[in-house]
Design a protein around this ligand. Sequence first.
Ligand code: PGA
Length: 263
Amino acid sequence: MSGGKHITPVVIANWKMQLGVRDTAVRLAILRAKLKNFGHQVKVVVCPSYMSLMEAKKMLRNSKIQLGAQDVFWDEKGAYTGEVSPLTLLEAGVGYVLLGHSERRQYLGETDVMVARKIISALSHNLMPVICVGETAHERNDGLQETVVRRQLSNALRSAPPPSLNRTVYLAYEPIWAIGSGEPAPADLADDMRVFIRQTLIDRYSLPLVTRCFRILYGGSVNADNVCDYIRPGGYDGALVGTASLEPSNFYTILTTIRKKFN
Ligand code: PGA
């Protein structure tokens, strides 16, 4: 079981490079209005593009929706053309950062070593890392999914500071073949990986620390119809949602579906 009855499920919207600043603001305004009386049973995080963060911060002032970024750099300051400092993210009101998303690994050459440095940066600035792991279709066909995820996890956590009760580390299992494909991982297979990830963490840190300091999320073609195959008491603690988070009404349906499940 990945959590007790007190765990609040979390849903993180990854808006990737899909929306400009204006569109981001429009959608956040709609979402904010929809969630006005939603309560606190589900934690909601939205990760717009970097350029939209300052506007998003304004839009989300005094709302329950929290702000995440899609990446962060490992240093605070310096000659790093095009990168964004954790300090700048803090100025933008960011509380979460996606790290090691497969699209960054695949298209931008992000390695386990780079991801590990970013995790240290995030944790030392009190940005909650959402560390993405997952295998390709090819690796799964070869039965290598656990080897790949174990390697990604151990490289990610090797030099990270020890778990601490005042911060949460999120691990998102996102099988690459399920991302943006409309073909989510079958629930039993996703659950096997959840158990595997949890056990790998327990072997490293101990059960009480894992229960208190880690949350495990599923991502990859999540929508309102399938989200409760993954997020349920005793299952995944949350979801990382791309496509189905872009339309506020779809995203809202996902949130209400989960709220019902946990009530
Ligand atoms: P998807 O994206 O929901 O469109 O599959 C998920 C992700 O990449 O985080």
